[in-house]
Ligand binder design. Structure first.
Ligand code: PLP
Length: 430
């Protein structure tokens, strides 16, 4: 069992100067019983090394971006090379053209693209663009999907599909919440009810086409097609939040995997190869609403910065090689089958959901198809599981809602070692 003395001491120091000791609340261990989060010292390939000298097999993958493993040589080289040529110009560069073309080749529905600096910014801007294009204000989102921390998306569901939302965070004004309607994922009837009520005010419906934020949850057959039909019949746009899913399951987006296309797409995470990035894009006529061509304003000092462009290009060059996703799928399957065998062997009330290299263990016997079901899973069992893993050298996110993300750096041996740790946890801690 690992000890974390140095992490605990550093966390005290952090709390003295950094609010709450963390720069993003999801890094705290609040959701798994509290205590000091493990402080990492360095990362290499599939491994993390903490400040106490412990090594972990990493499945957090920085909440998704690190799909090629940490410090991938190709991305490292691109960053070093670019930093010698300057990292921020504030002028157009050839790199950003090359990178936009590379993304559009993989995701043809993004007829025009803009780079920003985070998923939050990308989503926030697609909402502005949809509002500008439709001249309407309300947005429909799906319960449990996370779209970053801008005001409008931090709105909780009302008591039914015909109810407006209320602020989900202090500091979000009631007035903003009045423009957001939240309906359950995989529930077309609720969407129809919301449209019956608010129809001609709805600018867009925004969805994670494959959910990554209450575990990996796939849409029911026909769900996304119906969203498109209902939205377009109503004069509304469809926005896909592909911040997690773009280049996650194939070389392209979830939209390319499923063959259903939105009007606008927001992206982030993987496309930056581990550097800060966001991007949005979509139909040319809609994108032309954005300045300097149109009246909707969006800008950024760091937008399209050469460092992120170089790292992102290098990342996509790694991902476009043959067999990358078949290998992620093979290892993902091996991990999932191994975990399921252990769930059965030790009689644990849990089941898994996986797509290619992204996996969730839900502590429930029910299949999870919407947020309510994910919320109903056993948080105490998850906390015990998390603590068992982290004290034996497997690092996952400290939240029952987050997925495990495999990388191209994981090996068969890493999966076997992970399964041995999971078995030890199920056997001794449950
Ligand atoms: N959209 C989705 C689907 C996300 O998962 C996230 C972050 O986890 C965001 C948007 C926000 O992205 P960022 O944290 O880069 O602002």
């Amino acid at each position: 069992m690992f000890t974390h003395k140095n992490s605990e001491a550093l966390q005290k120091e952090a709390e003295d100067v950094i609010l709450g000791g963390v720069n993003s609340p999801s890094r705290s261990y609040k959701a798994v019983g509290g205590g000091a989060p493990v402080v990492m010292d360095r990362a290499d390939g599939a491994y993390f090394y903490d400040v106490d000298g412990n090594r972990y097999i990493d499945f957090l993958s920085a909440y998704g971006p690190i799909i090629t493993g940490h410090a991938h040589p190709r991305i490292h080289e691109a960053i070093v090379e670019q930093s010698s040529r300057g990292i921020l110009y504030g002028t157009p560069t050839k790199l950003e053209i090359n990178f936009a073309n590379k993304i559009r080749q993989a995701m043809p529905a993004l007829e025009k693209i803009r780079f920003v600096n985070s998923g939050t910014e990308a989503v926030m801007t697609t909402i502005r663009v949809a509002r500008a294009y439709t001249n309407r204000n309300k947005i429909i989102k799906f319960e449990g999907c996370y779209h970053g921390h801008s005001d409008l998306v931090l709105v909780a569901a009302g008591s039914g599909p015909a109810q407006l939302g209320s602020p989900d965070s202090a500091g979000v004004p009631e007035g903003v919440a009045q423009d957001m309607i939240t309906v359950p994922f995989n529930d077309i009837e609720s969407l129809k009810e919301a449209i019956a009520h608010f129809g001609d005010e709805v600018a867009a419906m925004m969805v994670e086409p494959i959910v990554g934020n209450f575990g990996i949850v796939e849409p029911f057959e026909g769900f996304l097609e119906e969203i498109n039909e209902i939205a377009h019949a109503n004069g509304s746009l469809v926005i896909y939040d592909e911040v997690i899913t773009a280049f996650r399951f194939m070389y392209g987006g979830a939209q390319d995997l499923l063959g259903v296309y939105p009007d606008l797409t927001a992206m982030g995470k993987i496309i930056g190869g581990g550097t800060p990035i966001g991007a949005y894009g979509g139909r040319q006529d809609i994108m032309e609403s954005v300045a300097p061509l149109g009246p909707a304003y969006q800008a950024g000092t760091m937008a399209g910065n050469p460092l992120s462009m170089a790292a992102g290009l290098a990342c996509l060059e790694v991902l476009e090689k043959p067999n990358v996703y078949t290998e992620l799928d093979r290892l993902g399957r091996k991990l999932e089958e191994g975990i399921n065998a252990l769930i059965e062997k030790y009689g644990i009330e849990a089941n898994t959901s996986r797509l290619v290299g992204a996996l969730t263990i839900f502590f429930t016997t029910e299949k999870v198809t919407n947020y309510q079901a994910a919320e109903d899973t056993d948080g105490e069992m998850f906390a015990k599981f998390f603590r068992g893993l982290i004290s034996r050298g497997v690092n996952i996110a400290p939240s029952k809602y987050e997925a495990w993300f495999l990388t191209t750096a994981h090996t068969d041996e890493d999966i076997e070692d992970t399964l041995a740790v999971v078995e030890d946890v199920f056997k001794n801690d449950f």
